[in-house]
Design a protein around this ligand. Structure first.
Ligand SMILES: C[S@@+](CC[C@H](N)C(=O)[O-])C[C@H]1O[C@@H](n2cnc3c(N)ncnc32)[C@H](O)[C@@H]1O
Length: 416
């Protein structure tokens, strides 16, 4: 694959092997990956020869000091492995800020909590826009799993917003005391470890990670230990039943991911949120699209220096591993926890209806360099073949339903 600046996925169904055309890591960086590999190998041995893929992914991404998100590698942006919407353009965070103002007006909540803040750029641009609109929050809380990223966020925010720095508070875990406010996350759920299921006509298996005689990681399919997975597999089968006529390979196994952590996360946020809303942006589908027979290899994907491929065992710690979001599953978890799904739309519709037009109306077309650059950013955020269609925004409200301008163009929540 040619070197290119990729936003996260263009499409989920990917079958591309990691190969020799990928940039070789330096000896030092390779040693880092080997060290993490050994740790995972030890875990597999200690657990009797296999671990769930969720455990593998968790170690590969979040082992302190070594995991992909927990070590000092540059991950986001042109020099990293992928680029996210807030890194592409401040317009993304500015539109979110405008929607936060609408939520604040309807709920009287003036505390924001961002979970998984990456480089901190979304927090910076969002708070700058709130300042411009004279709607600064009392506090901007950040919950970040990676100590390394938390450091990076603190440095970036101190440098860009020294006059507002004291409004930022970093948390180690969700607030223990009930909390009211707005919870925001961009590309958080897709970074949570997933279980892999292999649905066969007669049985349901989980894909575990084991080792061959040379200690290389290999797949090992076995009965799922967690009873929740069996129940979810039954639900997936029920979604697939009406689509069976579209399946031209009914005898072949169907591989898919289950993000139990995302479901649990929604439930824990719902429990501590006394009032307010949750606004989540990520790539994914409704259940009927997610479990479509054609997506028989699932949506698991890896990003290594702007190359996309499907081998999660390649250079652990040096590449991102991710899976798309089943937004119907998120909506069900939300409903079960007493949240109201108040909006679901594509990123393009969300931004177009949510302020993009007003934010760019004073651009000077004679300033060709600036104008062209903003046009490029908008294209990346909104074109269907870029991030516009695959990325979705879901709004979950506590206590009452909310109405936001950003969902007024198109609200697809009845498809969830
Ligand atoms: C794909 S990155 C997205 C970063 C940023 N939101 C952006 O859009 O550029 C995922 C982020 O979520 C963080 N993360 C993953 N799981 C988390 C959790 N359970 N709690 C808090 N942060 C988490 C990662 O460390 C990382 O900062």
């Amino acid at each position: 694959m040619p070197k290119q600046t990729t936003s996260k996925p263009a499409d989920g169904s990917l079958q591309k092997k990691a190969d020799g055309s990928f940039p070789e890591p330096s000896t030092e960086v390779k040693a880092h990956s080997d060290q993490l590999k050994q740790l995972i190998q030890q875990t597999i041995k200690a657990q009797g020869g296999q671990i769930t893929f969720a455990d593998y992914m968790n170690q590969a991404l979040y082992t302190p000091g070594l995991g992909y998100y927990s070590a000092g590698l540059k991950k986001f942006g042109k020099q990293g492995d992928f680029i996210t919407a807030p890194e592409i353009s401040p317009l993304f965070s500015q539109c979110l800020a405008l929607q936060c103002i609408h939520i604040m007006q309807q709920t009287e909540q003036h505390i924001l909590l961002e979970v998984g803040a990456g480089s901190g750029i979304m927090a910076i641009e969002l708070v700058l826009e709130l300042e411009r609109q004279v709607q600064l929050p009392e506090q901007y809380l950040i919950l970040e799993l990676s100590a390394e990223l938390r450091d990076r966020q603190q440095q970036a925010i101190k440098a860009r917003l020294p006059h507002l720095y004291e409004r930022f508070v970093w948390l180690d875990c969700l607030p223990e005391k009930p909390f009211s406010g707005i919870v925001l996350a961009n590309e958080l759920l897709d970074a949570m470890p997933v279980h892999l299921l292999r649905l066969e006509p007669e049985q349901i298996l989980e894909r575990y990670v084991a080792m061959d005689s040379k200690d290389n990681f290999i797949w090992q399919d076995d009965i799922p230990e967690n009873p929740r997975l069996q129940k979810i597999a039954d639900n997936i089968r029920a979604v697939q039943k009406p689509l069976a006529h579209l399946n031209d390979k009914p005898d072949q196994p169907y591989i898919t991911e289950v993000n139990l952590q995302a479901i649990d996360w929604i439930k824990s946020i719902a429990e501590i949120l006394t009032a307010g809303a949750i606004l989540l942006v990520d790539y994914g589908y409704t259940a009927t699209e997610y479990y479509h027979p054609q997506r028989s290899m699932g949506t698991l994907m890896c990003h290594y220096q702007h190359h996309r491929h499907d081998d999660p065992f390649y250079l652990p710690g040096l590449q991102d591993i991710t899976a798309h979001i089943d937004f119907s599953g998120i909506a069900h978890a939300a409903n079960d926890s007493g949240l109201n799904v108040s909006g679901f739309t594509t990123q393009a519709h969300f931004l177009m209806a949510g302020g993009l037009v007003e934010l760019t109306k004073d651009l000077d077309p004679d300033d060709i360099v600036h104008f062209t650059e903003i046009a490029r950013q908008i294209k990346m955020l909104t074109l269907p073949e870029e991030m516009g269609e695959l990325f979705k925004v879901i709004l979950l409200a506590k206590d009452k339903t909310l109405s936001l301008p950003a969902f007024k163009f198109q609200n697809f929540q009845d498809r969830l």
